[in-house]
Design a protein around this ligand. Sequence first.
Ligand SMILES: *Cc1c(COP(=O)(O)O)cnc(C)c1O
Length: 420
Amino acid sequence: MQSTFKATLEYAQTQDHLDVLHSFRERFLFPQHNGKNTVYFCGNSLGLQSNAVKYLMDCELADWAKYGVEGHFEARSPWFSYHQQFSENLAKIVGAHKDEVVVMNTLTVNLHLLLLSFYRPKNGRYKIIMEAGAFPSDQYAIETQVRMYGYNPDDAIIEIAPRAGEHLIAEEDIQKAIADAGDSLAVVLFGGVNYYTGQLFDMKAICQAAHQVGAYCGFDLAHAVGNVPMQLHDWDVDFACWCSYKYLNSGPGAVGGAYVHERHGNNPDVFRLAGWWGNDESTRFKMKKGFIPQKGAASWQMSNAPIFNMVAHRASLDLFAKAGMKALREKSVRMTAYLEFLLLQLSHLSFTIITPKETEKRGAQLSLLFDARGRELFKALTDNGVIADWREPNVIRIAPVPMYNNFEDCYRFYEILANI
Ligand SMILES: *Cc1c(COP(=O)(O)O)cnc(C)c1O
């Protein structure tokens, strides 16, 4: 791949011409800089708004005005079953059966709810394995879950860190830690893609190792969903959750999602905190005692669906269905490699790309670690119309998103950086 790349605008534009997904870009609203689209490389933090969102939002406002409460059944997309329209598209994105996914709450809330079902320490099986340097919200969630059962986080949480002097976690270290923890291990909870380094983990292998010692395995897919193809069901993953405002472009704080393997989702004996929306639909309105979970991940729902918070998600998943994860991934692999190629031409700047070089170990993100003056450089990028992401202490994360970025964006980024 690399050998055919060229660091010219003409080459980049030719690639965009050949890109089967190029027309998707026109559906998105880019922040402007001096009257031009910014180079928006921050879709791993907040994805862009598609132009269908405003129209769909207006439809819901109009239906609410027109029908009031009757909108639950009379609206163009009835609110009673609104959440159900996501299942098919979402199932394809994460590689699950329709009943195994549900759209609800937000990421950290879903993580807590799923841990309440899958982290049930007993008989000396109480430990959790996670990646060191996980996103803070995940760290806090697990710390407090462990405390809730009276354990000391220093003892109950096993963090797997990169080896001294390295940035990435060795897969064999994960395997070894799981085997070593053995029957003291209750849950393995990993990110699918690490938010800081962009490392994509071998979820299938991690899950197998966890099951081998009798532990459950779950994933936080915040940086994986809509970014890399997955097969959660076939990999036998027990549970997972994600947010939808990063690669899934569903707007700030938008509704999150969860996956539960059908072997648990269809088992009414698996403990779950209940609310009326998770109850069997046929008895939901009978107002009787006794929770009867419906089938699948949907039984973890508590409240009725927050419609306005779901509108952009609907617009987004329609686009994912049209584009398809396969085509998105193919473009992503190529475009990320092109951006990497361009960056490697910039020998006058002192940074290291800490994201894995192998395409099968990364998604759409490159993390650039600076020796010094990274902050200054980041500011210069911003002043020149690049929207990227700064992470303490000295990393700039850039994400060429296949849904709306193009090869020309990569070239413009390179040109701006070369002239700083
Ligand atoms: C973005 C992100 C979150 C954010 O959690 P919210 O509950 O949506 O605020 C949590 N964990 C990871 C790994 C993330 O990347």
